[in-house]
Design a protein around this ligand. Structure first.
Ligand code: C2E
Ligand code: CA
Ligand code: CA
Length: 618
């Protein structure tokens, strides 16, 4: 049962008061005409006092701030009010039909019929009201007809039964329709949880209540981790079943005081109960959400699969702050994204620093849009050398020099460029500039074996990527230069859509382009990828190289990667080489290409030319 039901009934109170008090006066007049004035006055007195009761109920209804319990209590009172006021009509019926004047009988009968129609039309939203009330009104009438003990009396009795049946039937069918449409408008079809609309209404009520009480509550925004992968790889049916299972577990975890809704997709939201103290509220919420997370994470059996899923939860404490409902949700959303970027599978509480961080990001995003036209993008080149210290290649690394922000690291702006879509133009620019440089270097006698360029996810999956690469290959370089190009991919790309990726890679390979798996060893399924993807090179992640001498495990890790590369006939680059010890170890273990500050930082193309020509005087 819900507020809208209650407010519908609430509106019927005044109508009912009018329908009782005004015709009631007529009954006093009749009573006076036919000498039953005293009982009529007593009766009207009862109607009057019930009406006062009804009016107070009408007044005490505060749709926007009542808690569920308060609403429930109010509804109980309302029910008794309606029972009483309709019973009073039966009372006057009994009174007048006992009189000898037949005129009074006609009027009493009509009133009873009228009241039944009123009950079945005004109260059809609630079975607990209209069924007993129609019975209270109609059963005495049927008894009255039967009591005439004449043939026409029995016929009237039968008619009265039919009439009662019709009223009950029509009220019930309207009721069913109402309940169904109402349910559909407020619930999510798949999980039977409340939907977004209903949730927003409930949240608005909670916030209004907090404003008047000064208390606290909380909001949990729950987003399943990597749900898309399950949906895409196992199909939507399995995805749907998983969502149902997850929501069932959540239903079991919450209490009557919580509101649980599905916002759409794999996003759920919970409104907590009210607390007087903020710290208590936050602590309870944290414990509650951690337990919830644990329940969500227990494995699922959806034949024939055993599935495992975690979730990222954003927690926001609600208070009496004068802000919009959507702002509270947005803040929980921000916290949820923080949880995602902190590695998922966790709970993060919103704080104002997050919004500042987001504002900064938006500023970066805004400025990044103009970076290309303002010529703020610069390319650096980090040499790669072989075991004999000859420079055999380089990796192109992008730099952004902005007046306001200074030099921004690609670690910071590449993800923003990805999110905002700027990466498409930016990536295209990097490719074109790189190809131009490669061509110029060849002319100047700087002959490299390979030339590596980082490619990001959105860029490679962009529909025109392959065509764009073909075009700029034709425009700036020839086939022999093309076969020097290496595209570096990371595992996040591979995790997207491996089949599509393989197709794209194969098309590019026709141009002669090679592929390198960047940051190798950091992802969790690197091994399975190298057997599936047409790659040519592995890049051992910097973290393994820089910690080579920290423990034996890292050494073992690096030598296993080197062996692996050997087995699969892949060339291998160690990046982030900073010391001679690291270099020695790598050389001893047959790592063929080395890159790192020990040899050179990323440098400008001019500097690169100088360095190369120094090392390789023609
Ligand atoms: P990455 O592809 O793993 O690049 C290697 C990073 O390690 C570079 O940082 C490089 O400057 C740094 N590095 C190289 N040798 C050493 C060393 O000996 N010690 C230390 N401490 N660091 C070393 P950078 O240039 O800041 O790039 C960071 C990341 O940004 C790159 O990681 C890559 O993922 C991304 N990135 C850079 N340029 C591009 C680009 O043109 N396109 C795309 N999509 N991503 C790029
Ligand atoms: Ca790289
Ligand atoms: Ca790397």
């Amino acid at each position: 049962m819900n507020n809208k039901f209650h407010s519908f009934l609430h509106q019927q109170i005044l109508l009912m008061l009018g329908l009782s008090l005004i015709p009631g006066l007529g009954y006093i007049f009749l009573g006076w005409l036919h000498d039953v004035i005293t009982p009529a006055l007593i009766w009207y007195g009862l109607v009057l006092s019930s009406s006062i009761w009804g009016f107070r109920l009408y007044k005490s209804f505060l749709n926007d701030t009542m808690t569920r319990n308060e609403l429930e209590q109010w509804y109980q009172h309302l029910r008794w009010f309606f029972y009483t006021i309709f019973s009073l009509w039966t009372l006057i019926f009994v009174l007048y039909s006992g009189e000898t004047t037949s005129k009074l009988h006609y009027i009493a009968i009509f009133t009873q019929l009228g009241a039944s129609v009123v009950a079945s039309t005004l109260l059809y939203s609630d079975k607990k009201l209209y069924i007993p009330i129609i019975l209270i009104l109609m059963v005495p009438l049927t008894i009255y007809f039967a009591g005439i003990q004449e043939w026409y009396g029995y016929i009237l009795c039968l008619f009265a039964y039919i009439f009662m049946g019709v009223l009950l039937y029509s009220a019930t069918s309207s009721n069913k329709l109402l309940v169904k449409t109402y349910y559909q408008a407020t619930h999510d079809q798949l999980t039977d949880l409340y939907n977004r609309n209903q949730f927003i209404d409930d949240l608005q009520i909670t916030i209004n209540r907090l404003k008047s009480s000064g208390g606290f509550s909380y909001l949990l925004l729950i987003d399943l981790d990597h749900f898309k992968i399950i949906n895409d790889s196992l199909g939507h049916d399995i995805g749907d079943e998983l969502l149902i299972e997850v929501s069932n577990r959540m239903k079991k975890h919450i209490t009557k005081e919580h509101t649980l809704a599905r916002l759409g997709g794999d996003e759920f939201i919970i409104i907590g109960p009210e607390y007087a103290d903020k710290t208590e509220c936050q602590q309870v919420a944290q414990v509650f959400s951690e337990k919830l997370l644990k329940k969500i994470k227990a494995s699922y059996v959806i034949p024939p699969h055993h599935l495992y899923i975690s979730a990222s939860i954003g927690l926001n404490v609600l208070n009496d702050k004068d802000i919009k409902v959507n702002t509270f949700v947005k803040e929980a959303d921000i916290a949820m994204y923080e949880a995602k970027s902190a590695g998922r599978d966790g709970v993060i509480i919103f704080n104002d620093d997050f919004s500042k961080h987001i504002e900064q990001q938006l500023e970066v995003e805004r400025l990044l849009h103009f970076a290309l036209e303002k010529n703020e993008i610069e390319l650096k080149f980090q040499p790669q050398q072989d075991q004999s210290s000859a420079i055999i290649g380089c990796e192109v690394l992008v730099r952004w020099n902005n007046k306001k922000l200074g030099t921004v690291s690609p670690v910071e702006f590449i993800p923003i460029a990805e999110q905002s879509g700027v990466i498409i133009n930016l990536g295209q620019y990097i490719l074109e500039e790189s190809f131009k440089i490669l061509f110029e270097w060849e002319k100047k006698g700087i002959i490299l074996k390979q030339f590596s360029i980082n490619i990001s996810m959105r860029q490679i999956f962009h529909h025109s990527f392959v065509d764009d690469v073909k075009k700029i290959c034709n425009k700036y370089i020839n086939h022999s230069l093309c076969s020097k190009i290496v595209f570096e991919l990371t595992e996040t790309i591979v995790a997207q859509d491996i089949k599509k990726l393989i197709t794209i890679m194969n098309e590019l390979k026709e141009l002669g382009i090679k592929f390198s798996m960047d940051d190798f060893g950091t992802g969790y399924s690197s091994l399975s990828y190298i057997t599936q993807l047409p790659i040519d090179e592995l890049k051992i992640d910097r973290s393994f190289v820089s910690n080579l001498h920290a423990n034996e495990q890292n050494k073992a890790m690096v030598s296993s990667i080197l062996n692996l590369a050997n087995t699969f006939n892949l060339s291998i680059v160690a990046e982030g080489v900073e010391t001679s010890d690291q270099m020695e170890f790598l050389v001893k273990n047959n790592c063929n290409i080395l890159q790192g500050y020990y040899f050179s930082k990323p440098i400008s193309s001019d500097e690169f030319e100088v360095l190369y020509l120094q090392k390789h005087p023609s």
